[in-house]
Structures are given as C-alpha cells and as structure tokens.
Design a binder for this molecule. Structure first.
Ligand SMILES: C[S@@+](CC[C@H](N)C(=O)[O-])C[C@H]1O[C@@H](n2cnc3c(N)ncnc32)[C@H](O)[C@@H]1O
Length: 301
C-alpha cells in the first residue's frame, strides 16, 4: 500500500504520490496552500481562542491538516483533543525526515508528531492527541461514542480512487460523531458525497475557489451538524451551493457509494454504484456538464 513518491508542489511545499492509489496526496498547486485554504481557514478557529475543542483528522497522511491546526492553536492558546485515523505509517515517517516540512510549523509540532509516530499518543497541559493506525472504517469504532467533535477533517483520496471513506455507511458513522454546530470539512465537491451528507441531515456549503484558482468551481464542502443560523459565525471561505451545484445533486453523479458492512473492496463499491447509476432515472451527468460548460479538470473531486 505504501509505494510513495516525493512530489514538490508549486508553492514550494512537499507532498507525496501514492502508486497504490494512483493519486497525489495534495493538489500540485500547493500542499501547504491547500491545507491552509481548504481546512484551516474554513475551520473558524478564532471561535476557540483560549478555549477547548475536539478534532478528528481522517486520513492523516503527512499530517498537513493536523500540523496547520496545531500551529494555529499554539498561537491562540487553545486546548485540543485530537484523534487521527490513518492506515499507513510511512507518510508520517516521511514528514519527520523532511526538514522543509518541519520548518513550516512551530517546533512543538515536531515533538507532537514524533510522539504520535513512536507512541501513537501525545499529552501536555494544552494538547491530548492520539493516532489510530488501521482502516478508518474499523478504527473509528474505537473512539468512545460519547466523544463528539467540533471539527472533522476528511481528506481521503478521491471517491473514485478510495470509495471506502466516502460511503453512506462510513459518512453516517463519521457525522454521528459531530457536535451540534460541528463542521465536517473536505476538499471533495463530489455530488455523491454532498448528497449523502445532506441526506444525513447536515447543512452543506461550498468552499469558495480562491482568487488564484478560479478555474475550479469549488474547493470542497463544509457540512454542519444540527445547523442553527443564530449560532452560526459567518465565514468568508464558504457559502451556500450555487444553482449549478444544486443541479449537480440532481444528476446520476449524486448516486451514493455504499458499503453495507463497512468491509467491501473498492472494486465492489464502484461496481455496485455503476449498476445503480445505469438503472437510475436521474439526469445524466453529461447533460449537466454540457449545460454549465464543465470541463473534466474542474470535476476531479
Ligand atoms: C490524500 S492522502 C491524505 C493527505 C493528508 N491529509 C496529508 O496531509 O498528507 C490520503 C491518506 O489516506 C490514507 N488512507 C487510505 N485509505 C485509508 C483507510 N481505509 N483508512 C485510513 N486511511 C486511509 C492514505 O494512506 C493516505 O495517507
């Protein structure tokens, strides 16, 4: 599973490519930039200044999302309970060897990552962090059911490459762990993922493309549990879905990924979805793409 190749992205930050999944860990435009724009800036971390929060990082990889989070929370003196899920130890081992990755963050991030690598655990006065190694579909069950998260980062490979972490059944387990008003944040703007999150009762938003990345119509999705607009703090990074995005959810692309017992192979999940798409009366995605002049590039996730 862990044939990995080093990739230097356009903002000068390092990432990896998985030969097993045949996909990069980050956008080639910039691993650091992707983490900051899609995950950190979207998290509204100022809400937790001097306070405590619980975060779940699914598909930890090199650890960019957790590192950037820790870096901000160190500055604003927040208290954090972090759980991370990851199947492969090699990306974290790579991060710990890569000086330019480590230099991006406060020195304490390296101490925490070393402890996660050696002991799967770190604890001090401010932070309590655990990493659970293995298939996220299994390991998520170990997190005590009473434990609820203010933020969940979902950063798996794309649904076509790693559908196991985008199914109704897995997303249902994930979203039941969200606190009321908690955010699930993902880079994916897949119609299947969005429709599933909406059907699970979450309010969904689109992460706006940055000025530099205007060729993309969205940078991902934020799904908020038990959304209450009176408690919601506006965030310039995300907004309601556009008409075009709403129409995407009416097409065959919105047919969900299914994994009834949370142990299906990638092949079976994709095969069953294709069958369901063939039998479906929903609008063919091609029609939607033609109507909105959509290119394949803009549809990656
Ligand atoms: C796109 S990369 C994650 C990028 C990451 N957030 C980072 O900062 O590097 C996807 C990660 O998901 C992990 N992964 C793939 N399938 C998994 C599974 N079933 N359970 C847990 N982790 C998985 C891969 O090993 C890989 O590290």
């Amino acid at each position: 599973m862990s044939e990995l190749i080093e990739v230097l992205t356009k903002d000068g930050s390092y990432s990896l490519r998985s030969l097993f999944f045949n996909e990069n860990f980050h956008s080639l435009l910039g691993a650091l930039e992707e983490t900051k724009l899609k995950f950190t800036a979207t998290s509204n971390l100022q809400r937790f200044k001097g306070k405590s929060l619980n975060v779940l990082d699914i598909c930890f990889g090199l650890g960019y999302n957790s590192a950037s989070l820790l870096n901000e929370l160190i500055k604003q003196k927040s208290y954090l309970n972090l759980y991370a899920l990851e199947i492969d130890k090699n990306p974290l081992e790579y991060s710990l060897r890569n000086e330019s990755f480590l230099k991006l963050w406060a020195p304490k991030v390296k101490i925490i990552f070393e402890s996660l690598y050696r002991k799967d655990y770190f604890e001090d006065q401010f932070f309590k962090c655990s990493i659970l190694w293995g298939d996220a579909r299994e390991k998520i069950k170990i997190i005590p059911s009473s434990f609820k998260f203010d933020l969940i980062y979902l950063d798996g490979f794309s649904p076509q490459k790693c559908p196991q972490v985008w199914t109704i059944e897995f997303l249902s387990k994930v979203t039941e762990k969200l606190n009321s008003q908690g955010y699930l944040i993902t880079y994916s703007s897949s119609a299947a993922v969005r429709k599933t999150l909406r059907n699970l009762g979450l309010e969904i938003f689109t992460i706006k493309p940055s000025f530099k990345n205007r060729t993309f119509w969205s940078q991902g999705t934020v799904a908020i549990a038990k959304f209450d607009k009176n408690k919601f703090k506006p965030n310039l990074n995300f907004e309601k879905l556009s008409v075009m995005e709403e129409e995407h959810l009416l097409t065959k692309a919105s047919i969900p990924y299914r994994d009834q017992n949370l142990n299906s192979s990638k092949h079976d999940i994709i095969k069953h979805r294709l069958k369901e798409q063939l039998l479906s009366n929903l609008v063919p995605t091609k029609k939607w793409r033609e109507k909105w002049g959509m290119t394949k590039l803009a549809l990656k996730s």
